[in-house]
Design a protein around this ligand. Structure first.
Ligand SMILES: [Zn+2]
Ligand SMILES: [Zn+2]
Length: 261
């Protein structure tokens, strides 16, 4: 293998939802220099599966939690199950957790309750938190201000405007940027990226969803991370390597990943 001193880190994929052999997905990603990835759970079953997969592949790490859609299923028994999983060595974050007021597959009340319970879980285990926030920006911020003081926060698939980005950046949060930035109608996100320091940006695909241009309409995979990085590099008028290095450093320190070439 060619020795490289820069590469990409994928901070948000759902390998279990991609309809393709995970080994192949990982291999194709590595071929594109996407050498580490965080595989995200959305409930207890997918969180367990994510840990199993991480135990089989070097560069694969696991985040565990109940997605806001699944909040209504976070019983005390399931919470206990999550606590057991949180002890596993390759669990690097709690997430994705948060609020989704757009779909509301779980009631607002159960979403808020599950969100707060899982913030406490993250605090107990000193794990960073990956947030899913859809049309609930200020409410998410309010809960984080009250309940997550001192925790490291990443807002995945950042969908706020410039004002909201300012509020997040001043709190030291990371913004997860994905395929949406390559869409022609991404004006709001383009503004955010032009404003946000690279120190606050990490790369993600949210695969199998949100496939970047020019593969939009096809299933997304971690191997498309470089397309997102290229777009960010173009918007910030820097070299691709600059984006790769900065976002990798951010992901390393956020998740506490061990250094490895
Ligand atoms: Zn999400
Ligand atoms: Zn996701």
């Amino acid at each position: 293998m060619i020795r490289i001193n820069w590469y990409f880190i994928e901070t948000h994929t759902h390998l279990g939802l991609i309809k393709k052999n995970s080994e192949e997905v990982i291999r194709e990603a590595v071929a594109e220099k996407v050498i580490k990835m965080v595989n995200i759970g959305i409930d207890l079953v997918s969180s367990k599966a994510s840990i199993d997969l991480a135990s089989r592949f070097d560069g694969v790490y696991s985040a565990i939690g109940f997605h806001p859609h699944e909040a209504k299923f976070l019983t005390s028994e399931n919470l206990k199950g999550l606590k057991e999983l949180a002890k596993q060595p390759k669990v690097v974050a709690i997430g994705e957790i948060g609020l989704d007021y757009y779909w509301q597959h779980s009631s607002i009340e159960s979403q808020r309750k599950a969100f707060i319970q899982q913030i406490y879980l993250a605090r107990d285990f000193r794990l960073p938190i990956i947030i899913h926030d859809r049309e609930a920006h200020l409410e998410v911020l309010d809960i984080l201000d009250k309940e997550a003081k001192g925790s490291k926060i990443l807002l995945h698939c950042f969908s706020g405007d410039l004002d909201f980005a300012r509020l997040c950046i001043e709190r030291g949060y990371l913004l997860g940027i994905g395929g949406v930035v390559t869409f022609p109608k991404a004006r709001k996100l383009v503004e955010v990226i032009q404003y946000a320091p690279l120190e606050n940006i990490v790369l993600e695909t949210d695969s199998p969803y949100l496939t970047p241009h020019p593969f939009r309409g096809k299933p997304n995979e971690p191997k498309y991370i470089p397309l997102i990085a290229e777009k960010i590099a173009q918007l910030k008028k820097v070299d691709l390597e600059v984006v790769a290095r900065a976002t990798s450093i951010n992901a390393h320190s956020f998740f506490g990943l061990k250094d490895k070439e």
